[in-house]
Each structure stands twice: as structure tokens, then as C-alpha cells.
Design a protein around this ligand. Structure first.
Ligand code: FAD
Length: 357
């Protein structure tokens, strides 16, 4: 006998009736946001009948090309309080993953480095960083001599980097181990899924522009160079230039093209990234270029983590949105996933849920 969380009152069910009464949920999207949200749902509400639907997986997603640094910044949440909670939840998640035997297979590594400024230390030392990492220290005069003269100040701290080329398959595997299903399909309209799921969780990133007609969602084009430079052990951030070593390669960036939809490589951007990175870390001149990449960050202010009931031709469909993470999808992924699960519990009217079958 089991306690079912789709009931408003506690009832006892046989295994057969329990299975047929479990809520059906589809997560649309298999980037870091979709897979994190799907796993968080299965970990919190294990009896949910969960399907992940997406037309791109693993290395074909935007998430797979990101530098992967957890970088709390100025708030991109609906409020400072909500944003800080997302940061704390993500930080706790990645910290506990770092301490688990799965850290390497999931592609999560601790990383220290320099966040540098051409003006003042305060311009990079955000309140949320100070709250999460009390051990932040100022860059010393001695260290400043290592950098070009326009660098005037900076901070040094330890965070972590997430390599999505490992993390996405790890998340997918964990979802499947917990009974979640994976379906490869392009969804042109929510009408296609009418009547199949109690709730749709929309984690389609830039796809939300067409699927849900979101006029506030804008691409921010980013180009990077992936290089082999195993001697680079720290991350370096200076204005729009960054060097982020990961598990298997170093990511050199970057560019931010607001409203730019172009996904082809720009030779101008390549030259600019290469010159800026070498100026910041001269030893990169000896790095071997592995590949180059362009991605469109799904930017929305604020990031949308919200409930909505949409009208279909025949009835309505409950939807939870979780998209628009811009430059911070890797860092905020677990925090917004936890938030989306709270909204799902409200939508399913969950008063009791079980941790074990
Ligand atoms: C150059 C660059 C560097 C970055 N570096 C960092 C960094 O260091 N740290 C950080 O935190 N963030 C970084 N980001 C940002 C980060 O990559 C994004 O915020 C994040 O990947 C967004 O994840 P997502 O799951 O929302 O989107 P995506 O990875 O694009 O996933 C969207 C999913 O939805 C699916 N989908 C969309 N539409 C449909 C449809 N109609 N039907 C079916 N499936 C659909 C897609 O197939 C895909 O599976 C960087 C981004 C770029 C471009």
C-alpha cells in the first residue's frame, strides 16, 4: 500500500491503481535546464511519470558549448531574494556533487581564478559572490604585475566549472535510472501534446521564442575557441575576455552580440578573442586550437520560472516555464530546477510525496 501524492487526501492504493493515477509530466528540452529540472522532479517526486522530449541532445545543444563556470553576477531573477536562493541552491548542489564519487564522470571540477577589472575591485565583487564564497581575496600588487597595465584591480576565489559534454549524459543517465523516459521529437505546437500530459515543463531555451511566442526573449550570440593548454590551471575573467580551463580543454572567449541570430563563425571575432586572451595570458600563444563554436544565449530579464495555463483548441494545458538563463544557465541550473519543482508541486496539488517506491 502506498500514499499517492496526486490525491488531496491521504488514500491507500494498490500498486496497479497507483501507477495509473501517477501524474504525467513532460519536460520539453534536454539542455542543462531541461535535464536538471527533469532529474530534480524525479528526485523530489519519484512517482511522477516523466518524459523528456527534445529535438537536440548532448553535444548538439547550446549548453554543451558553454565555458561552464558557475559565475554569480548581478541579479537576473524576478527579485534579488529569488536570485540569491537560485544561486545558493545551485552552489549547494554542485558542492555536494564535487564531494561525491561521481564528480569526475559528471564533469564537475573545483576551479580557482582571477576576476579582473579595469576600474575597481567593487565592480567585480558582487554581494552574492561574497555571500557564497567568504574566502574571496583581493588580487595583490604582485599579482597585478602579471597582467596588462589596463588591469587595475581584481579578486581571486575558488568556485567550480561544469563540463556539459560530461554533465548532460550524466544527468540523462540518472533520469533514466529513476524511470524517466527520453523521447527525440521536435514540438511545433503544444497542440501536438494535447491530452497526453497533466503538466508540460517548458525548458526549451531560445525555442520558447517560437513555441510560446515570447517577445521578451532575445539571443545573445557568443563565439568561443576551445584549445588544448593543459598548463592553464586558473580561470581568468577581464571585462568581456575569459579563459576557462575545464576537464578536457580550455575555453577562450568571448563575445556578446545582443539580438544577433548569426550562428556562423566570424573571423573578426576569432581574431579579437585570440588577441585579447593572449594579452591576458601570454602563454596561450602556444595553445593548440581544437575547435571553434558559436551559440545563442537565451536572454530574458528576468529569467522566466513561472506557472501558466494556456488555451488549446480543445481545453487547456498546464505549463511551467523555466527558460531565459542568458549567460548563467550552467550556474543557475539546479537553483531554477528546484524552483520549478516547487511550482510543479503546487500545480499537482501535492500534499504528500514519497522518497521511495
Ligand atoms: C559562448 C557561451 C559561453 C557560455 N558560458 C557560460 C558559463 O561559463 N557559465 C554559465 O552559467 N553559462 C554559460 N553560458 C550560457 C549557457 O550556455 C546557457 O544559459 C544554457 O546553456 C541554457 O540552457 P538551456 O537548457 O536553457 O538551453 P539549450 O541548451 O539550448 O537547450 C534547449 C533544449 O530545448 C530543446 N528544444 C528547443 N525547442 C524545441 C522544440 N520546439 N521541440 C523540441 N525540443 C526543443 C533543444 O533541442 C534543447 O534540447 C554560455 C553561453 C555561450 C553561448
Amino acid at each position: 500500500m502506498f500514499l499517492c501524492y496526486s490525491c488531496t487526501h491521504s488514500k491507500q492504493h494498490s500498486m496497479a491503481s497507483l501507477k495509473s493515477s501517477c501524474p504525467k509530466v513532460a519536460v520539453i528540452g534536454a539542455g542543462i535546464i531541461g535535464l536538471s529540472t527533469a532529474l530534480c522532479i524525479k528526485e523530489t517526486l519519484p512517482l511522477v511519470d516523466l518524459t523528456v522530449i527534445a529535438d537536440k541532445f548532448d553535444n548538439d545543444t547550446l549548453s554543451s558549448g558553454a565555458g561552464g563556470l558557475f559565475g554569480p553576477d548581478v541579479s537576473i531573477g524576478p527579485s534579488e531574494e529569488v536570485y540569491r536562493q537560485w544561486c545558493r541552491d545551485s552552489y549547494d548542489h554542485f558542492l555536494s556533487l564535487l564531494q561525491s564519487p561521481d564528480a569526475s564522470i559528471a564533469g564537475v571540477i573545483p576551479l580557482s581564478g582571477y576576476d579582473l577589472s579595469t576600474t575597481t575591485e567593487e565592480s567585480v565583487k558582487t554581494d552574492v559572490l561574497v555571500e557564497l564564497i567568504p574566502s574571496i581575496r583581493s588580487v595583490t600588487e604582485q599579482e597585478l604585475k602579471l597582467f596588462p597595465p589596463e588591469i587595475r584591480a581584481g579578486i581571486f576565489y575558488t568556485l567550480f566549472v561544469v563540463d556539459c559534454r560530461r554533465y548532460l549524459p550524466w544527468l540523462k543517465n540518472r533520469i533514466e535510472l529513476r524511470g524517466g523516459k527520453i523521447r527525440c521529437s521536435n514540438i511545433k505546437s503544444c497542440e501536438e501534446l494535447a491530452g497526453q500530459f497533466d503538466v508540460l515543463v517548458n525548458c526549451t531555451g531560445m525555442g520558447s521564442k517560437h513555441l510560446f511566442g515570447d517577445k521578451y526573449l532575445t539571443p545573445v550570440r557568443g563565439q568561443v575557441i576551445k584549445v588544448s593548454a593543459p598548463w592553464i590551471k586558473h580561470f581568468y575573467f577581464a571585462e568581456h575576455t575569459y579563459v576557462i580551463p575545464g576537464t578536457d580543454y580550455v575555453t577562450l572567449g568571448g563575445t556578446k552580440g545582443l539580438g544577433n541570430w548569426r550562428t556562423d563563425l566570424s573571423s573578426h571575432d576569432r581574431q579579437s578573442i585570440w588577441e585579447r586572451c593572449i594579452r591576458l595570458v601570454p602563454s596561450l600563444e602556444k595553445a593548440k586550437i581544437l575547435w571553434e563554436w558559436v551559440g545563442l544565449r537565451p536572454f530574458r530579464q528576468p529569467v522566466r520560472v513561472e506557472k501558466e495555463t494556456i488555451k488549446l483548441n480543445n481545453g487547456t494545458q498546464k505549463v511551467i516555464h523555466c527558460y531565459g538563463h542568458g549567460s548563467h544557465g550552467i550556474g543557475l541550473s539546479w537553483g531554477t530546477a528546484k524552483h520549478a519543482v516547487v511550482l510543479l508541486q503546487e500545480m499537482l496539488n501535492v500534499s504528500n510525496y514519497m522518497s521511495h517506491l
